[in-house]
Design a protein around this ligand. Structure first.
Ligand SMILES: NC(=O)c1ccc[n+]([C@@H]2O[C@H](COP(=O)([O-])OP(=O)(O)OC[C@H]3O[C@@H](n4cnc5c(N)ncnc54)[C@H](OP(=O)(O)O)[C@@H]3O)[C@@H](O)[C@H]2O)c1
Length: 188
């Protein structure tokens, strides 16, 4: 059975996801939002680990002390690197090579696959066929951004009324309100 691909992202109202190599709301920390990211991407079947796939800039946007993301298999994508950046578990030259790695060398250990950014990887994940789930945190405040999430096509993605483990109520931290959403696409 083809594997479900998951993406997870936190976005401003204009779909901004990053600014100057950081999150748009930096230096404000949204600890509970980060805990949601950690819970969703880390929860795997017993004896297995989830895989997180990210672009090189997203890898380096994670504070060094938090790399690699723990309890997850970290795959970094780069066309230039010839070896995984220090601390990363695997390097892949493109998205399909990363997925092939999951289905071959990592198949025994890997559970879910999570795409965690940035822009071009979200685009590839969102446009690829099969079952795709997009876990979106809607930050309800505008911040300057230089990196954006591609539009979530309403023709392709439907907003799920609820999803296990994802709170439905409005969240607020440090004066910033946000809510969690889950979209699904079943294109073949
Ligand atoms: N809000 C959120 O949820 C969220 C999530 C993630 C990241 N971010 C933010 O977004 C920014 C980083 O994202 P970004 O879009 O600028 O960069 P990115 O996608 O993380 O990294 C871009 C680099 O990754 C490699 N890459 C990307 N797609 C590839 C592919 N298909 N095949 C091979 N290599 C590929 C290339 O590396 P080489 O140049 O080495 O070839 C490319 O230059 C930061 O500001 C970060 O904080 C926000």
């Amino acid at each position: 059975m083809p594997r479900v691909l998951n993406g997870i992202v936190a976005v401003c109202p204009d779909l901004g996801i990053g600014c100057g190599g950081n999150l748009p709301w930096h230096p404000v920390r949204l600890s509970n939002e980060f805990a949601h990211f950690r819970k969703m991407t880390s929860t795997a079947r017993e004896g297995k680990k989830n895989v997180v796939i990210m672009g090189r800039k997203t890898w380096f946007s994670i504070p060094a002390k938090n790399r690699p993301l723990n309890n997850r298999i970290n795959i970094v994508l780069s066309r230039q690197c010839i070896a995984p950046p220090a601390g990363a578990h695997h390097l892949a030259a493109d998205f399909s090579s990363a997925l092939r790695l999951v289905d071959t060398e990592l198949s025994e250990q890997a559970d879910q696959v999570w795409v965690i950014g940035g822009s071009s990887l979200y685009k590839e994940m969102m446009e690829s066929p099969g079952t795709r789930r997009l876990f979106v945190t809607r930050i309800l405040k505008q911040f300057d951004s230089d990196t954006f999430l591609p539009e979530i096509s309403p023709d392709k993605y439907r907003l799920l009324p609820e999803f296990p483990g994802v709170p439905q109520e409005l969240q607020e931290e440090n004066g910033i309100q946000y809510r969690f959403e889950v979209y699904e696409s079943n294109d073949q």
